[in-house]
Design a protein around this ligand. Structure first.
Ligand SMILES: NC(=O)C1=CN([C@@H]2O[C@H](COP(=O)(O)OP(=O)(O)OC[C@H]3O[C@@H](n4cnc5c(N)ncnc54)[C@H](O)[C@@H]3O)[C@@H](O)[C@H]2O)C=CC1
Ligand SMILES: N[C@@H](CC=O)C(=O)O
Ligand code: NA
Length: 429
């Protein structure tokens, strides 16, 4: 049998430990399928003695991930530390410059520095594989990079963050609080080390930047993505969505428009009984519209040790077989600059929830204000009496507060810079 593919693995948390367990469980099958054994020879993390979900005694320990990245014994460096700057970035650069293949799950790093790192990989004739960086176990990067390259893609969108979908699912299905649901997602290993990246929509935006590049053959443009997270979603929004026949989901959308490519991340009302609305827990769902293939949808677990380790191992097996692809499908010199479509030109229908006093003329007043702002309403509904607002006592029960829920007709996001946005806005898909 040919020589084994020797790996140096940096990062032994949820994903790193998952990769070691997967290799341990399926070493024989992987060797047979890859055509040669795959072997971890050395590992690195912050704390050697930490209790973890994998046994590391059989591997050489290297304190410094950058030294591991250049270790003469390894063929490939597997970066599972996370973070866009510092040691993860320097170690990946060091590995590529030393002629080592790199496999990483680090979407934050790639969203910011992916094209520069891909250029380094090209110059050194090595691979930079990142299937695990987008939608966890779903093989979306391979599909975009290889299978769909013959198409002109007009849109790629979906649920790209397991933590947010898990939180929204628990709030919707079990009435859990936001904080409790987030804590559970963290305990299950879905969340980023800093969960603000998840709930603030930035992790979805990191992944969207990579999908946009793969779909449209353009440079990544994370800074140009419109990002709104799920932190301000309240139980009352979830209830209102449910009554209107929708589920709230955090979506990432990249779409070709007449003005360029629009990239946006925000919560959206998704009609019940559609595949996106039926995506629950840590599952992700990615949809692609191509001119010849038409609609493609992929779904599966977007986070967690097992699914992510599966994606990492797929990338490693590809290397062991000797397959090297351009990381962003197109040679970096041929990637086009990102043609940004301003969100100001985005046409959408919006959901708004106002909490108001239940007094005569309130709804008429709102309708008048909306008309003054040239916003046309598709529906306006007065919802339940609010009893959960501090300072409201029983005597006030007839004068409010109540929720008024409105759905607007499709309109551009901002007609004029002078107009302020309503405080609670959710774009509908
Ligand atoms: N947890 C998940 O479901 C998924 C995670 N990812 C990505 O995989 C990567 C790893 O994520 P997790 O395993 O969840 O993180 P984690 O926090 O569980 O583990 C991180 C590991 O990296 C080590 N590490 C971090 N920074 C380091 C540094 N500067 N020097 C040395 N060691 C360092 C830590 O000691 C730890 O062993 C991240 O890029 C994450 O975004 C991607 C898909 C899914
Ligand atoms: N924190 C991420 C992990 C996978 O990418 C998520 O929740 O989706
Ligand atoms: Na993936």
């Amino acid at each position: 049998m040919p020589n084994s593919l020797k790996l140096g693995l940096a990062g032994l948390g949820t994903v790193g430990a998952g990769v070691l367990r997967l290799l341990d469980a399926h070493a024989g099958q992987i060797a047979a399928r890859a055509g040669r054994p795959v072997q971890v020879v050395a590992v690195s993390a912050r704390d050697r003695s930490k209790k973890r979900d994998a046994v590391i005694d059989n591997y050489r320990w290297v304190d410094d991930p950058i030294a591991l990245a250049q270790d003469p014994e390894i063929d490939a460096f597997v970066e599972l530390m996370g973070g866009e700057e510092g040691i993860p970035k320097e170690s990946v650069e060091a590995a590529l410059k030393a002629g080592k293949h790199v496999v990483t799950a680090n979407k934050a790093l790639l969203a910011h520095h992916g094209v520069a790192l891909a250029k380094l990989a090209e110059e050194n004739d090595v691979a930079l594989n990142f299937e695990a960086a987008v939608a966890g176990g779903i093989p979306i990067v391979k599909v975009m990079r290889e299978s769909l390259q013959g198409n002109a893609i007009s849109r790629v969108y979906g649920i790209l963050n397991g933590t947010c979908n898990y939180i929204l699912t628990l709030m919707q299905e079990e009435g859990a609080t936001f904080d409790d649901a987030l804590k559970e997602a963290q305990e299950k290993g879905y969340a980023e080390a800093d969960p603000t990246f998840d709930i603030g929509g930035f992790d979805t935006a990191h992944k969207l930047a990579l999908l946009t590049s793969l779909a449209f053959g353009v440079e990544t443009a994370f800074e140009d993505i419109y990002v709104e997270g799920i932190q301000r979603i309240a139980a009352a929004d979830i209830e209102a969505a449910d009554r209107l026949g929708y589920r709230l989901k955090l979506l990432g959308v990249a779409a070709a428009t007449e003005h360029g490519i629009e990239q946006r991340v925000h919560p959206a009302m998704v009609a019940k009984h559609t595949p996106v609305a039926e995506t629950f827990g840590a599952q992700n769902c990615v949809l692609i519209d191509g001119d010849f293939v038409e609609d493609v949808m992929l779904s599966g677990q977007g986070a967690g040790a097992g699914p992510t380790a599966s994606a990492v191992m797929g990338d490693i097996i590809e290397l062991a077989r000797g397959h090297i692809f351009a990381p962003f499908a197109t040679k970096t010199a041929d990637l086009k600059p990102y043609p940004k479509a301003e969100m100001g030109g985005h046409a959408g229908s919006y959901y708004l929830r106002l909490t108001v006093r239940d007094q005569t003329g309130v709804i008429a007043g709102i309708a008048t204000r909306m008309a003054e702002q040239d916003i046309s309403l598709e529906s306006i509904v007065q919802h339940r009496q609010r009893t959960d607002i501090p300072g409201v006592d029983e005597d006030e029960v007839h004068t409010g507060p109540v929720d008024v829920v409105m759905i607007t007709h499709e309109r551009p996001k901002r007609r004029s810079k002078k107009r302020s946005r309503p405080s609670r806005v959710t774009d509908m898909l």
